[in-house]
Design a protein. Structure first.
Lengths: 319, 392, 161
């Protein structure tokens, strides 16, 4: 009993818990930066560690040591809460996703709903944090984040619940297990859903062509313009964790999750799939110019939502 | 947002502006309803300084009006002074001036294309274009010895000659530039996200372009066929045949296309010039004292018509030297373009005229940052935010 | 007869002695002088009848007792007509021309900043180039303002409020 509890705590804290996820987050940021840089004919990070692999971590440490400024006009409570939740929400969400094993650390019937809830919460925190930090740029950024949510949330939820129908379960672990056992990856059985999910995740992660809430040349850094020092460090780490979370969702819901192939442990398979998704996201990021907020909304409602609905209808007809 | 307007201040420090300038945008939701421009943050008093310096010192000062179109400024200045003196520079020097001017135009337009891509968030294109910009900077170094502030012109001619080896290297570099530019133009014409952000954005009709006095590529993108190189030929432009690039789109895409196609046309001009360049002297010696006279000199800078009015009084210093840069001439058109557009489109529209603020603010003295209005605006916004929050 | 000569003849015919010293300095450059009373009329005629649709700039210059203003206007971007007129330095006032050439507004602001010429009818003569706290009545491009004086103002950081 005691050893079981100890084991669980260790799993929670070290592997595949906090420590592993945070290291993975830093590493994914480096992979993304390096990959995008090479595509764009640049070097990317080079100095810290082998090939600059420690650069995201160095950035984090540097930001921790910087001055922490609370703007006089900001709402203090929300200004403090936003960076914390920006990190805490995606970290919590990752625990319901199976990573090292086909069973997630915390798994219960309906954790898919919990995942959807954390995503929406995250955007609302971004909106409030931006709106109440007392700068026009962050205010516009916050409003844009909320407006963008109106566009992508419906298709996002539709395709998030799509894989649950064939597996007839609302537990992510069961869905990915079902896909792995039946060899029916979501990518093959519902390809439209996969495409829609990638688009929605790009919007959720505020990556090009949907980086409207933090469009550098328009509104400086958007909603996070006022965050400095520790707060900015947390916000940025939160973004990295979100990146891992997004790739992990793609893997678990559409690519069969961590499965044992021959003698290769599931974690390796999971990481391979995850980085494939990460590179896909990074590749898409370099391909486009930024849309305008009204173009995103009309595009989402005109094309992405119908596509998600068609996928849903097809699923209902088959199963 | 209850019908009230929000003031968004772009600049003096803003990522979309490469130089300090302030635009106060009155916005309603995501729409811009009014624009106010405040320039003068990098005033250096060059016109006054010119009156207190000799003609030769003035040459180096005019080089430093602007970093990107420095050759256009010196060409315009030396032409004015040569007109005052009543001398003609040797033919070979006039061809070298054309070559450097066109290389500078290629450089400026490529630089601009990168910035325009960055403004609409297309960083990949930005990186690629700026990589190729290195090629043209190397060519400029080959000709003049400098990557920026070329210092090739002098009163009565040019300072450095071209030899055969350099010409061969130059032709090789031009080939690379031509291929790459064609590739980018093809890509821009097909890429949907770029088209979405530039077609029908920042419209300036032909009649408005004339009415508000637009110059250079901005005017030519609105179908106004005006180019000082053809209309009022200087240097050796009357001996080289080339087309004036005009687009009828009147929007940001047309401005991108005009500049892109001008790069190709400039490459053609340089090749022609290299072919037709006569042998001979590259400069004539001149006296430092200049008889009383006045001269109006015009040059097609990369951004449009550049104008110098120089008046001499018989000493070695000018009585008055007036500079009118293309960016200043395009500001009234810019305000027209911005009103009615989206906030998100402001950067690309702003970039559309290829603003060069250092050029524009040349006349006098460094400005101090205007704290007062900014604090007031933030204060107003804070109150607005609080009220909005309480109402919920 | 070249285009320049045609324009010159037309102006002579139309305004007679009111336009003085009209010369073709070199191809595509015409200089002329006039009294400030007739300036607007000449500009209107140049714009409407002769087709000078582009204003290049307005140059201001301190001549000692008077301030000379030169209006550079262009015909089809090729022929530059420079019309000079003078206003007294004691009371430098002249009517605005933004109703004829809208972009002239920004050039008038520049001349107002640097030489203190009042353009009557221009709705916005706020500082364009100079700082907001620049002392009133100091016009840096006038010949009686020395470099030392300007330097002193900059070092002081403008006028105290």
């Amino acid at each position: 009993m005691v050893s079981e509890a100890l084991n669980f705590v260790l799993q929670l804290l070290i592997f595949p818990g906090f420590l592993f996820i945070i290291c993975l987050a830093f590493f994914s940021e480096w992979v993304l930066r390096k990959f995008v840089a090479r595509i764009q004919n640049r070097m990317g990070p080079t100095y810290t560690g082998y090939g600059g692999v420690l650069q995201p971590f160095a950035d984090f440490i540097k930001l921790l040591g910087k001055e922490d400024i609370i703007p006089a006009f900001a709402e203090k409570s929300f200004f403090t809460l936003t960076p914390l939740l920006c990190l805490a929400l995606p970290l919590t969400a990752i625990f319901v996703l199976p990573i090292a094993d086909h069973q997630a650390l915390i798994s219960f019937e309906g954790d898919l709903i919990f995942l959807a809830f954390t995503f929406t919460m995250l955007t609302i925190m971004v909106f409030l944090g931006g709106f109440l930090s007392g700068s026009i740029f962050s205010m516009v950024g916050g409003v844009r984040a909320a407006t963008q949510l109106l566009g992508y949330e419906i298709p996002f939820l539709l395709v998030l619940f799509g894989p649950a129908i064939p597996a007839s379960s609302l537990s992510i672990s069961k869905i990915s297990m079902w896909q792995a056992q039946n060899n029916a990856w979501g990518l093959w059985t519902q390809p439209i859903g996969f495409g829609v999910l990638v688009i929605c995740l790009l919007a959720e992660l505020e990556l090009l062509p949907f980086d409207i809430p933090e469009a550098e040349t328009e509104i400086v850094a958007g909603w996070n313009v006022e965050f400095t020092g520790r707060r900015l460090a947390l916000v940025r780490l939160g973004r990295d964790v979100e990146l891992v979370l997004a790739s992990a969702i793609l893997v678990d819901l559409y690519l069969g999750g961590p499965q044992q192939v021959w003698i290769i442990p599931p974690i390796v398979i999971f990481l391979v799939k995850m980085f494939a998704c990460l590179l896909l996201i990074g590749y898409l990021k370099t391909l486009f110019a930024r849309f305008r907020i009204d173009q995103v909304l009309s595009g989402m409602w005109k094309y992405v939502i119908p596509a998600a609905m068609i996928q849903f209808i097809i699923l209902k007809l088959i199963w | 947002m209850s019908g009230s307007t929000i003031k968004i201040i772009i600049g003096p420090q803003h990522p979309a502006l490469k130089e300090p300038e302030r635009f106060i945008l009155e916005t309603e939701g995501e729409y811009v309803v009014d624009v106010k421009v405040r320039i003068g943050y990098i005033h250096r008093g060059i016109e006054k300084a010119m009156e207190n310096r000799t003609y030769l010192q003035g040459l180096y000062l005019s080089e430093r009006v602007c970093g990107i179109c420095s050759d256009a400024h010196t060409t315009c200045y030396v032409q004015g002074v040569e007109e005052l003196l009543g001398i003609e520079p040797p033919p070979r020097s006039r061809f070298i001036r054309v070559i450097v001017a066109e290389l500078e135009r290629i450089h400026s337009h490529l630089l601009w294309l990168g910035i325009a891509a960055h403004e609409i968030g297309f960083d990949t294109l930005f990186m690629y274009v700026w990589r190729d910009r290195e090629v043209v900077m190397d060519l400029l170094e080959l000709v003049s010895g400098n990557r920026v502030n070329y210092a090739i012109n002098t009163i009565g001619g040019v300072r450095r000659d071209l030899n055969n080896g350099r010409i061969q290297k130059m032709l090789k570099g031009l080939k690379i530039l031509e291929d790459r530019t064609k590739e980018y133009l093809k890509m821009i014409g097909r890429e949907q996200t770029v088209l979405k952000r530039t077609v029908n954005i920042g419209n300036l009709s032909k009649s408005d372009a004339i009415k508000y006095g637009a110059v250079g590529p901005t005017a030519r993108a609105s179908g106004v066929k005006r180019d000082v190189r053809v209309d009022d030929p200087y240097a050796a432009y009357d001996e080289i045949s080339f087309n004036v690039i005009v687009e009828d789109g009147c929007d940001c895409l047309a401005r991108i296309m005009v500049r892109g196609r001008e790069v190709l046309e400039s490459i053609h001009i340089i090749r022609e010039a290299l072919k037709k360049m006569p042998d001979g002297e590259i400069r004539v010696r001149v006296k430092p004292r200049i008889p009383p006279a006045e001269a109006l000199s015009r040059v097609e800078a990369p951004r449009g018509e550049l104008l110098y009015y120089i008046k001499s009084n018989g000493t070695d210093k000018p009585e008055r030297c007036k500079i009118r840069t293309p960016t200043l001439a395009n500001i009234p058109s810019l305000c027209k373009m911005l009103v009615g557009g989206y906030i998100a489109d402001v950067p690309i529209v702003l970039a559309g005229i290829d603003p060069c603020f250092a050029c524009m603010d040349r006349v006098l003295i460094i400005d101090k940052e205007k704290r007062k209005a900014e604090v007031w605006t933030l204060d107003m916004l804070r109150r607005y935010g609080r009220e909005w929050y309480q109402k919920r | 007869m070249s285009r320049e000569e045609e324009i010159l003849e037309k102006i002579k015919e139309r305004f007679g002695d009111n336009v003085k010293n009209i010369t073709i300095q070199r191809p595509r450059r015409i200089f002329a002088e006039t009294d400030m009373k007739y300036l607007k009329e000449i500009l209107r005629c140049a714009r409407d009848e002769l087709g000078f649709d582009h204003i290049s700039t307005i140059t201001g210059e301190d001549m000692g007792e008077e301030i000379e203003l030169i209006y550079h206007i262009a015909y089809e971007n090729a022929i530059e007509l420079s019309i000079k007129t003078r206003v007294p330095k004691e009371d430098p006032k002249i009517a605005t021309i933004i109703d004829l050439y809208p972009p002239a507004g920004i050039y008038e602001r520049e001349v107002h900043d640097l030489l203190g010429v009042m353009f009557e009818g221009n709705p916005d003569l706020s500082p364009l180039l100079l700082p907001d706290n620049w002392p009133k009545g100091v016009y840096p491009l006038r010949k009686d303002v020395s470099l030392e004086e300007i330097k002193a103002i900059i070092e002081k950081g403008g006028e105290e409020e």
